[in-house]
Design a binder for this molecule. Structure first.
Ligand code: KG4
Ligand code: ZN
Length: 359
């Protein structure tokens, strides 16, 4: 009989949480104790996916099925804990590729059931936002946070560990999506973001780019105009048979895409009167963004907490970190937990309590 709640103490000072992530092409498992990472394992199918120019959902699901048990075992072993020591199992239930998510969710449910441990459903995006806690365990809201991933880009105000307010967001594409699309136009391989960054190192931001609502549009921004400008620039050059520097295009795009995020994040922090800025999501692994944000925060006397690069892209330590937030709130999932392919940003940021209050 599954009933892990009898002796559960959610006040425990440093619970041990196993995190499992399988929303895209990374099968990951990690163990944290409080906010300290004890282990962090990843098996990626990105190399296989690169042959197809993007993530093929069926291939991702199969790769997760192959890898999940071994990755979880390795995470527990390398953490130096036993299965009995684990206080809760946190798993990404959405958003992401449905078949891929189902592998992690089903595995976590079976694992929780067999060990009679509490199960926690983690929203992937909240995992990205909770990654900052791993870098600075004493970090406490309020702060302003920049979320820049493949699916979402927004500037948020964190009033507490559980509640976020959207201050601004992309009106169209996410930043990561724009990096990936521009990479394709430049003939760079999947994943686009890191390859644009590499290519931009040999170039300079000398090609004029559209303004992306700089100084206007509140804290919102738009990526579709920038993407179209890059596509038009390359196609016009190609049609005229003129040579152009891919490195300059990459550098010009990168600085246009990043500068607006940095400028608006710092402005939002000042308006909100917070002294700390954090960031999360795959695009935050970008060195130009990291350096620009650091410079801007320093200039304005703001503390910047950036997760290490490996905790910006998909990983399970961030899922365990958000698992800890939910553990403390007493938000546990039942054996009826299932995966969700899409979750709107506003719903992502709601607490379970506020959702329940509305129902
Ligand atoms: O957060 P993430 O790993 O997955 C989602 O939850 O979406 O973000 C993936 C996105 C991709 O669009 C990828 O191209 C981008 O993050 N990305 C980067 C870099 N590394 C990953 N973008 C720019 N520079 C990077 N170094
Ligand atoms: Zn992600």
């Amino acid at each position: 009989m599954y009933n892990p709640f009898e002796k559960l103490n959610t006040e425990k000072s440093e619970p041990i949480i196993l995190g499992i992530e399988s929303s895209c092409d990374e099968t990951a498992a990690a163990v944290i104790k409080g906010r300290t990472i004890l282990s962090d394992e990843i098996a990626s199918s990105a190399k296989i996916q690169a042959q197809f120019g993007g993530v093929v959902p069926e291939i991702a699901s199969r790769a997760h099925t192959d890898a999940v048990a071994e990755v979880v075992e390795r995470a527990v072993k390398n953490a130096g804990v036993t299965y009995a020591d684990i206080d809760a199992i946190a798993v990404t239930y959405g958003a992401g590729l449905l078949g891929a998510l189902l592998v992690g969710v089903s595995f976590a449910k079976a694992f929780a059931y067999a060990l009679n441990k509490p199960l926690i459903a983690v929203n992937h995006i909240r995992g990205h936002l909770a990654a900052a806690y791993l870098d600075a365990p004493e970090l406490k809201p309020p702060f302003v946070t920049l979320l820049a991933s493949g699916g979402h880009t927004a500037i948020l105000y964190a009033g507490s560990e559980a509640e976020f307010e959207i201050l601004g967001a992309t009106l169209d594409d996410a930043a990561g999506e724009a990096f990936d699309k521009v990479a394709r136009v430049l003939g760079l391989q999947y994943p686009g973001g890191p390859n644009i960054e590499r290519c931009a190192k040999d170039g300079a931001p000398v090609i004029p780019m559209p303004k992306m609502l700089k100084g206007g549009g509140g804290y919102n921004f738009s990526y579709s105009g920038l993407k179209t400008a890059v596509i038009n620039y390359c196609h016009t050059k190609e049609q005229k048979g003129e040579e152009y520097s891919k490195a300059d295009v990459a550098a010009s795009f990168q600085s246009a895409a990043v500068d607006v995020l940095v400028e608006k994040t710092v402005a939002a922090a000042q308006e909100k009167g917070v002294d700390t800025v954090t960031a999360g999501g795959g695009v935050v692994a970008n060195t130009y963004l990291r350096n620009s944000l650091q410079t801007a925060c320093q200039k304005h006397g703001l503390r910047l907490v950036l997760p290490e690069k490996r905790y910006c892209t998909d990983n399970a330590a961030m899922i365990a970190s958000e698992g800890l937030v939910q553990y403390r709130l007493g938000n546990f999932a039942g054996m009826d937990l299932t995966a969700k392919a899409s979750i709107p940003l506003a719903a992502t940021l709601e607490t379970v309590q506020s959702r329940r209050a509305k129902e």
